[in-house]
Design a binder for this molecule. Structure first.
Ligand code: ZN
Length: 218
């Protein structure tokens, strides 16, 4: 056994890694997975969530293995929890969240984990009114970086800021949305070039805090 395999086996044994995905016929296609996500979002928008079995039944069904049909890479914002806004349940989604959905190798590794185990869909999800993007715009406006490691988030969002070039005369919400869209699009391009994601459909979308609607943009 290689050192890497030994390390992975040890991590899995210690419960540090998600359990192995369990094959469930028929295999999910990327398009079907996307439909399931968007149908779930429609239920959320309409305020008609799916009926849930009792919690202990749901835990029992998933405790022995998992087979999530999508990876959602989204922001930490408390108003955009993927399981809720897509009306999904235990075991349905891998969720990776960082401020402004900024990416680095550690985060990319977490995103790759799902498709490496058969998950057919990756969605990069930005949202309106993003605080991390707002902080980035304000940093460029006043020339001051936020404290501590939050500055690293602003640095990571700088390429999207320069791609969008938001007009200071525009309403702040519009400036934020322009940078969010650029950040989502750039991340989708990056992930589509990832060799471990070639079998997955990678899409980008933006969530509207007011309507609850997820709109695909890439
Ligand atoms: Zn955000």
């Amino acid at each position: 056994m290689t050192a890497r395999r030994t390390l992975l086996a040890a991590a899995a044994g210690a419960g540090l890694l998600p359990g192995p995905a369990v094959a469930s016929p028929p295999a999910e296609t990327p398009r079907h997975a996307l439909s399931k996500l968007l149908d779930g979002n429609e239920r959320w928008v309409q305020g008609r969530p799916r009926h849930r079995d009792p919690a202990d039944d749901r835990r029992r069904r998933t405790a022995g293995g998992q087979n999530p049909f999508a990876v959602i890479f989204s922001c930490i914002d408390s108003r955009v929890p993927p399981e809720i806004v897509f009306d999904q349940d235990l075991g349905d989604l891998f969720v990776v969240r960082t401020a402004g959905q900024v990416i680095d190798p550690l985060i990319a590794g977490s995103i790759e984990y799902g498709p490496a185990h058969g998950t057919p869909l990756v969605m990069v999800l930005g949202h309106t009114g993003c605080g991390a993007v707002k902080a980035t715009i304000e940093s460029f406006a006043d020339g001051k970086l936020p404290p501590g490691n939050i500055a690293a988030v602003v640095h990571a969002l700088a390429p999207a800021y320069f791609a969008a070039r938001p007009q200071p005369s525009s309403p702040l919400g519009e400036q934020i949305l322009a940078v969010v869209r650029a950040q989502v699009t750039r991340t989708v391009v990056q992930l589509r070039a990832d060799p471990l994601l070639t079998n997955a459909l990678v899409v980008g979308a933006v969530y509207d805090l007011r309507s609850g609607q997820v709109s695909r943009i890439a």
